[in-house]
Design a protein around this ligand. Sequence first.
Ligand code: FAD
Length: 407
Amino acid sequence: MNIEKVDVLVIGAGPSGTMAASMVNKNGLKVKIVEKTKFPRFVIGESLLTRCMDHFEEAGVLDAIKEQDYQVKNGAIFLKGDERCEFDFSDQYTDGWKWTWQVPRDEFDKVIADKVESMGVEINYETTVTDIQFNGSDSITTVVDKEGNESKIEARFIIDASGYGRVIPKLLNLNAPSTLPVRDTLFTQFKDVNRPEGNDSNRIVIVAHKPDIWLWIIPFSNGNTSFGFVGNPEYLLQYCGTPEEKLRALIAAEPLVRERFKNSEMIFDPIHISGYSISIKKLYDEGYVLTGNSTEFLDPVFSAGVTFATESGIAAGKLASRKLKGENVDWDNEYVSHILHGVETFRTYIEGWYDGTLHKIFFSEHVDKKVKEQICSVLAGYVWDMSNPFVARHKQSVRNLASLISK
Ligand code: FAD
């Protein structure tokens, strides 16, 4: 059997894999992506944060995305009954991007993958990784194509960006339970014929339906809108019938969305995912690094998944290139601490959302303008700006603010 040789093998052509591969390619190393599906393929995660614009720019794919005319996103709206809280990314503490997009991920991921391919990264679609044997830093990966033919790829380093596939975590038994409780989600996309006039389409809308049940509305520029419920499994389970009947019943129970979506056509049968949060025992070893959703995934409430995918993809691509060029890489300090700092920051806000602390803050009229700007930067994904107290001392700052408001 012929064994193909590459410097870096990237598993998965989602945003994390393409960012990583682009950085390796820019470093003049031979990189190849193997991707299980044929693009375009559906994946959830359509509302971006502005931080990932920095990554698209660095990877050289920003202009290709700009040409697509996706729905501009310039903030987030949180609703609870008749209470409303708006964040506008132009009112931010951190000096960063003021806007990003809401995107159908099937098309979006293909635009990026095509661009990266045009820059010289080889992508093999419908090619599934089934096994990896490590020998120090080197490895032999077994892949199977759509005809069932097996072949081997020898790599000096692997970047596992396989998302929900979690290839290396599964092969090496690295998965760990999340510290967050199990939560379920039920979602689809609607033909949004009753979309309201005005500016609300420029932002994700999050509706707090019950204390631990919320829903998202993410309008696209093609007239469709992503829509889903998230929350404790018991609550969602009380609704019976087909996935469509369940989702329609949930919609009927929420006055803020009832009229808009009650008769709207669903683009696909609602998808139900149970227990999406997952953690990981380690993020790297001699021959590999994990990025994006192959690492830890917390919760979608603040739309941080793609931003973590691109942040870690860019970092992993650069560090892997340095390693293969013979430089010393301190993976613990340069990668693990960096990524985990971001994860822990978002964990505070996610836990605060579900325990009601953030509802108190978001829907209060007594939050200082500067404080709101600092929180806005977190929601924009700028969770590595240590001059922001709501980043550097996230737990304490959120707790103190909530108790101040309660007084
Ligand atoms: P993916 O985009 O999943 O790409 C991984 C690729 O690897 C896939 O194409 C897959 O086919 C391929 N692959 C898998 N196994 C193999 C294999 N064995 N061999 C070869 N290839 C393989 N994030 C946001 O930013 N915004 C949101 O609004 C948002 N909403 C969400 C809502 C819900 C309910 C959930 C659960 C998540 C949401 N996310 C959101 C998170 C988002 O889905 C992910 O964080 C993001 O897609 C991760 O990107 P990735 O590149 O790591 O992985």
